[in-house]
Design a binder for this molecule. Structure first.
Ligand code: SAH
Length: 397
């Protein structure tokens, strides 16, 4: 079957020529199709410039991003294509030392645009691959992706779990359920990250089950934890708390508004055999307001406050308020780890927001580290929007 052709307005080919993986709907002049019908959501289409020169192949969608590009070459999208994509993602993780590592056996295998496949996230948890499709186009080819994973991992792949129900819900009226799409043997339910143990629960956990993107920042926290009193807010499954305790923290308090998250934290604390820890099910701002804070080390890792441009302004106010409270209250000589995972708040904007909070806090503050997402969450150099996680480590006198 001939692919439908999306013909661009003159001049609108530039961003695709620079290999940017999104085509915005405003760039489209017309659609050429055998049947005279518009492409369906998730349909593979080709994009051509106004002179009909081939530009790219991608999956059609009905949003502002009309096509997400999966190839800038005019090739067949078949099993071999998906084998290559998964192989190439795997190869990078091999280079990063993650695929055969006795102290860390969980990592992100496929990071959407960062690995050349918009809409596809695959996290690998000690033998189990957990897939999140974010577009119908990708959802429709999960069978090929599953085969490609089996091809790459062979016997070391225990299972593949499709966790796309939530991420795909807004694109379809179809009832979609999360489930295993491949099972070779029973999955391992404990994973290791820098020798710290974590219970794995991709079925009930948020996103694919664990926030792999904070691995390197969690490691960094160990440098600042010894003999310290630590507050880990937005703790989810307690990652930062576990690392701090392992590094000899005097006491760690974990805060999350979700009881489920606090339960996960408690289970992980137990799994690692730590004692000097307390959890609090609370909104972080309420916690900071209600408690006399005498912490030496505070972690602020909130969920994305801005999901789109519209909520950007409110998000900035939110980050400022949160950071101001922590900066006012942290002990003199204290260290603050602060993050933003909102894609629309760029690094400079986040930094400026923290400067504004610092000015208002009126304390002497120095920047120790600029943090970002780890290398298994790579940024495609032609898609700067892919840099989503920003962090700062501040020394507060
Ligand atoms: N730092 C964690 C990941 C944080 S994810 C890690 O290393 O794994 C964000 C967490 O913030 C989620 O667990 C969510 O339940 C929690 N959360 C969201 N809003 C909150 C609020 N207002 N106060 C406290 N926790 C909140």
């Amino acid at each position: 079957m001939e692919l439908k052709s999306i013909v661009l307005n003159k001049g609108k080919e530039k961003s695709l020529e620079r290999k940017h993986p999104w085509l915005f709907s405003g760039a489209i002049n017309r659609i050429i199709s055998d049947t005279g019908e518009a492409p369906e959501i998730g349909e593979l289409v080709e994009i051509v410039d106004y002179k009909n020169n081939f530009l790219a192949l991608g999956y059609f969608s009905d949003g502002t991003i009309a096509v997400r590009i999966i190839s800038f070459k005019q090739i067949d999208i078949n099993q071999e294509f998906w084998d290559d994509k998964i192989q190439s993602a795997y190869k990078l993780r091999e280079v990063l030392g993650l695929t055969d590592n006795t102290s860390t056996n969980m990592y992100r295998l496929m990071h959407a645009e960062g690995d050349g496949v918009p809409g596809l996230i695959i996290d690998f948890y000690n033998g189990t691959a957990v897939i999140q499709a974010h577009s119908i186009g990708i959802y429709n080819v999960l069978d090929s992706i599953s085969k490609a994973l089996q091809q790459v991992y062979r016997d070391s792949l225990k299972a593949i779990y499709n966790k796309s129900a939530e991420s795909i819900a807004k694109h379809t009226t179809e009832e979609i359920e999360n489930d295993y799409i491949y099972k070779n043997s029973d999955p391992n339910l404990v994973g290791l990250e820098y020798d710290n143990q974590f219970n794995l629960d991709w079925i009930n956990g948020q996103k694919t089950g664990f926030f792999l993107d904070q691995r390197e920042s969690r490691k960094l926290i160990t440098n600042y934890s010894k003999n310290k009193k630590v507050l880990n807010t937005f703790c989810y499954s307690g990652g930062f708390s576990i690392y701090s305790l392992k590094a000899g923290a005097k006491e760690v308090h974990s805060v999350d508004s979700s009881q489920k998250a606090i339960d996960l934290t408690e289970e992980n604390i137990k799994l690692n055999g730590f004692k000097n820890h307390k959890s609090f099910t609370s909104d972080t701002l309420d916690y900071l307001k209600e408690n006399t804070i005498d912490y030496d080390l505070i972690i602020l890792d909130p969920p994305a406050y801005a999901k789109n441009q519209k909520s950007k302004h409110n998000a900035i106010q939110g980050y400022k308020r949160l950071n101001l409270m922590a900066l006012k209250q942290i002990k003199s000589g204290g260290v603050l780890f602060t993050f933003s995972c909102s894609q629309v708040i760029n690094r400079k904007l986040f930094y400026d927001t923290i400067v504004a909070a610092s000015i208002e806090a009126g304390r002497k503050i120095r920047v120790l580290h600029h943090l970002s997402q780890p290398a298994d969450h790579p940024v495609n150099i032609y898609h700067p929007e892919g840099e989503y996680l920003k962090g700062l480590v501040l020394y507060v006198e």
